[in-house]
Design a protein around this ligand. Structure first.
Ligand SMILES: [Zn+2]
Ligand SMILES: [Zn+2]
Length: 334
């Protein structure tokens, strides 16, 4: 079968690989769609600390159960909860398997879904609701990140919010916030194509290089700052201003993965008695909720800007590495 593999730093290929073995309790999945995540870009660049070549990438994917198994008949349309938890460490045994001490993922630590077939434990399959297409089915994973973000950090309907970064996660978070009953909301992004997409989705989105963000925040919040500040950008200049736009006793949530340690003026956080919260991936329940939300909110699909045949693997990655292409979520079809 064919698989998109990471071969060495800055080198991927569409390779012939063996069909996966299917241990007892697992299911063979015939993959339909698989998305490229920021993590996959790090793997491609050779900077991911755990990914070892040759590796079939992909942890955001959908497909059908290929053969009858104990829990699902053949043909069941599914997406996959891609975490690998040990089950025995302190986080795992206290209900927090998503932050297992040795957390791994399909597509990073072992073969993933950028292939014609992949084997996955049956209890990690999530049946897709009838109205969710395979394309959107491969997009449940990033939506689940944003469901987890809000459920884990005590979001309260009616709170106002500012979201930094209009990539996949920032835009998904804005749509999820809308579904969770957010009050006023402002999105911040510097890339023109991403700003345009945010506006097309119906959001008020600004470029902080073109407006005075502090003045705008004051106008939006009667001078108080936002209740909830979400960082989906992971860039130094963003970290530097998070404490300026949050209200007294407000909350900052770091959703982004920072590659370099940022600087934050902590004295401002102390003065405002701000809480800063970090989130990582998702619980399995967040996936189920994300799948239901995807069924109700057609705008999620608009964040998927490109779907390419898997033979064009290189083009898919190039789209995301090249500035100005307008690519947000790029997927492969198998
Ligand atoms: Zn991902
Ligand atoms: Zn564990």
């Amino acid at each position: 079968m064919k698989a998109i593999q990471f071969l060495e730093a800055n080198h991927i290929g569409v390779c012939d690989v063996d069909m996966p073995k299917v241990p007892e309790g697992w299911a063979l999945i015939k993959v339909s769609h698989a998305g490229i995540c920021g993590t996959d870009l790090n793997i491609y660049a050779g900077t991911h600390p755990r990914a070892k070549a040759p590796l079939t990438m992909g942890h955001e994917f959908s497909g059908v159960v290929a053969q009858d198994c104990e829990r699902f008949p053949a043909g069941t349309r599914v997406t996959v909860y891609p975490l690998i938890s040990c089950g025995t460490c302190e986080p795992c045994t206290t209900g927090n398997k998503h932050v297992c001490n040795t957390l791994g993922l399909y597509g990073i630590d072992t073969a993933g879904g950028m292939a014609e077939y992949v084997a996955i434990p049956q209890d990690q399959l999530i049946a897709l609701p009838e109205k969710v297409s395979f394309k959107v089915g491969a997009f449940i994973e990033p939506i689940a990140v944003t469901v987890h973000t809000l459920r884990e950090t005590g979001f309260v309907p009616g709170d106002n919010a500012i979201v930094f970064g209009c990539g996949t996660i920032g835009l998904c978070l804005a749509l999820t916030l809308k579904q969770f009953g957010v009050g006023d909301m402002l999105l911040v992004e510097t890339d023109a194509a991403r700003l345009a997409l945010a506006r097309e989705l119906g959001f008020e989105a600004v470029n902080p290089m073109e407006v005075n963000l502090d003045e705008l925040v004051a106008k939006y919040t009667n001078g108080n700052g936002f209740d909830r500040v979400y960082d989906c950008a992971g860039a130094g200049p963003v970290a530097a201003c998070l404490l300026d736009v949050v209200k007294v006793r407000g909350q900052i949530v770091i959703v982004a993965s920072y590659k370099k340690p940022p600087q934050m003026p902590f004295f401002k956080g102390m003065a405002k008695e701000v809480s800063i919260h970090f989130v990582r991936v998702y619980r399995q329940k967040d996936f189920a909720i994300a799948a239901q939300m995807a069924e109700k909110e057609p705008l999620f699909e608009k964040i998927i800007t490109h779907v390419l045949p898997y033979e064009e693997a290189q083009k898919g990655f190039d789209l995301l590495f090249t500035p100005g292409t307008g690519a947000v979520k790029v997927m492969f079809e198998f």
